[in-house]
Design a protein around this ligand. Structure first.
Ligand code: ADP
Ligand code: MG
Length: 582
């Protein structure tokens, strides 16, 4: 099967990547760059140049250099509010064909890096792209020799790159994407493990380019053409994301004049502020359209090269009242997410699940209503564990296995995931042998298998999702309840165990006194009866005093020692007599 590419086909820059031995990686071109400017130059002799080389030609040949073609794809001529500085018809090409040139170039980067032919891809598009725009993007992929396996929305890709698909059901995320020429804000919600776009808003005429222009105009001396300062302005702008001040030098920028000046971050931010303020109302609208408040969001993530600016990060923090997640490279997140989606589609990312753990313990209810843990919390899946159980009372002919999840000592405080009934032949107490095995596979599916070892008959129960997928809040609530109630829970467990022992002892003692009463002295009998009464008193007492019950059990046990020894002796004698040996 041929490799599946992940491609961010951007307005300003495009990137390509692939899954390599289980890791998503982005691929660099011959110049070592992972970012390919979305620019195509059509020379009059028919030569086509893509990327940084095309941009270099733009200065000399602007009418033959196509940039920002994404603004035109899938639209009818004149549709939209952007007029390109070039005429595609005059160049004998179309937006789909220009996009295909960029995709073919990206495919070439990948084929060189991976040393094989590649014919399949996942391509991202803005969330607001309509069917025509998506279809045109797909067409461009096909022209470039790529079968487009999935058109993925950019904010979804970014959220995947930030690992937010692990957040859990109904988590909500805002994706703030400020690129070269466009601003997009999207609100997503995770439903059934898939991101749903709740709302999008933005401005197709707002981005880093505006800042470059504003800075160029700010720098250019009176009478000079600001266009000549654009490139230097962009470079300075990028440096100012890292430093407070930088120097710009342009020797003979117009043939005669030279330029040199210091520019500071403070100056740039003064120019940027009004532009960034415009993103605020879009963010508020997107929230309102999604029916949410900023506080309802679980994460705010940054996408697009322009969000590397400290002022952008600050503005986003102000708008949403929380610090944005900075864990990924903002200009690579969309491409990385496309690669991750490719990995999911071709199956190479399945092993991601191996890192999943059971958020809570899994077990079954045992006699007396206790929780018996079979797979402890935080066990890495896939995993398998089991235990043997027996019947607690005589003549039982089936066993009810209640599958439980939780950290509490008592079954009733945990959650029941399911139940199954295991039949077995009736017999005395402790005669049945039922093995219960829990197995969680890589997809998080829990299979509970109960086997009556005598008959070899299996009873199986399959529980999907719930064993591994539990909302964080519920996990936290369960764990804090178990900590909060740790003392009483433990007392209750010890009490229950002592109670079962007490009931067993009392029954055995009563039976023995009736059967072998004459074998004990009156004094012994009084001692035993007092000890039994003491046990009964604690058992029936208003409090579950586990310590007192254990102590009373011990005294009763000691008091019946003599009786027990005598019972054994008597049984021996009887048995020997029966066989005529004495
Ligand atoms: P798009 O999604 O529109 O194709 P990108 O996400 O690649 O674009 O963003 C390109 C924009 O990001 C350009 O305006 C570029 O100047 C800007 N940019 C890139 N790096 C930085 C940086 N370090 N600081 C500020 N702006 C940056
Ligand atoms: Mg982008």
């Amino acid at each position: 099967m041929s490799l599946l590419l992940g491609i961010d086909l951007g307005t300003t820059n495009s990137l390509v990547g692939v899954m390599d031995s289980g890791f998503p990686i982005l691929l660099a071109d011959a110049e070592g760059s992972r970012l390919t400017p979305s620019a195509v130059h059509f020379a009059s002799d028919g030569t086509v140049t893509v990327g940084a080389a095309a941009l270099r030609r733009r200065a000399l040949d602007p009418a033959r250099t196509v940039t920002s073609v994404k603004r035109l794809i899938g639209r009818r001529a004149g549709e939209g509010d952007w007029q390109p500085p070039y005429a595609l018809a005059a160049l004998g090409t179309s937006p789909v064909q220009v996009s295909a040139e960029i995709l073919r170039h990206l495919r070439g980067i990948a084929e060189r890096a991976m040393e094989q032919e590649i014919t399949r891809a996942v391509i991202t598009v803005p969330a607001y792209f309509n069917d025509a725009q998506r279809a045109a993007t797909k067409k461009a992929g096909e022209l470039a020799g790529l079968q487009v396996e999935r058109i993925l929305s950019e904010p979804t890709a970014a959220a995947l790159a930030y690992g937010l698909d692990k957040l859990g059901e109904h988590r909500k995320v805002a994706v703030y994407d400020l690129g070269g020429g466009t601003f997009d804000i999207s609100v997503l919600e995770l439903r059934d493990g898939v991101f749903q776009v709740l709302s999008t808003a933005g401005d197709t005429q707002l981005g880093g380019d505006d800042l470059d222009r504003a800075l160029a105009e700010h720098l250019a001396p009176a009478g000079a053409d600001p266009a000549r300062f654009l490139e230097a302005a962009e470079a300075a702008k990028k440096r100012l994301s890292e430093t407070e001040s930088t120097r710009i030098e342009l020797p003979f920028y117009d043939g005669t004049h030279s330029f040199a000046a210091e520019v500071t971050r403070v100056e740039l931010e003064k120019l940027a502020r009004p532009l960034l303020d415009r993103t605020r109302s879009h963010c508020l609208r997107a929230l309102a359209d999604a029916g949410l408040q900023a506080a309802d969001l679980d994460e705010v993530i940054l996408v697009g090269g322009s969000t590397r600016m400290p002022l952008v990060r600050q503005t986003v923090a102000e708008i949403f009242g929380r610090e944005p997640n900075l864990s990924q490279h903002p200009d690579e997140a969309v491409a990385l997410g496309a690669v991750i989606q490719a990995g999911i589609l071709d199956g190479s990312l399945r092993n991601v699940l191996l890192l999943d753990v059971t958020p809570l313990s899994l077990g079954i209810e045992t006699f007396g209503g206790l929780m018996n843990v079979i797979i402890p919390r935080n066990t890495t899946i896939p995993c398998k564990a089991g235990e043997m159980f027996t019947n607690a009372v005589a003549n039982q002919s089936e066993m009810l296995v209640r599958v439980l999840q939780g950290e509490r000592e008592l079954a009733r405080d945990n959650w029941e995931l399911g139940r199954l009934v295991v039949p077995f032949p009736a017999g005395p107490k402790g005669s049945a042998r039922v093995g219960v095995q829990f197995r969680i596979d890589a997809d998080g599916i829990l299979e509970v298998l109960a086997r009556d070892t005598a008959s070899g008959v299996d009873t199986v129960l399959e529980i999907r999702n719930t064993a591994v997928d539990v909302e964080d809040e519920r996990v936290e609530a369960m764990i804090s309840a178990s900590v909060e109630h740790a003392f009483e829970d433990m007392n209750e467990r010890v009490w229950t165990e002592a109670r079962l022992k007490a009931e067993e002892l009392l029954g055995a003692v009563a039976a023995a006194l009736i059967q072998f009463g004459e074998a004990v002295t009156a004094e012994e009998r009084a001692g035993i009866e007092a000890a039994a009464l003491a046990v009964r008193a604690v058992l029936d007492g208003p409090e579950h005093d586990a310590r007192a019950l254990k102590a009373a059990n011990q005294i009763l046990d000691d008091a019946t020692q003599e009786l027990a020894v005598r019972l054994v002796e008597q049984a021996m004698e009887e048995s020997l007599a029966r066989r005529g040996l004495v």
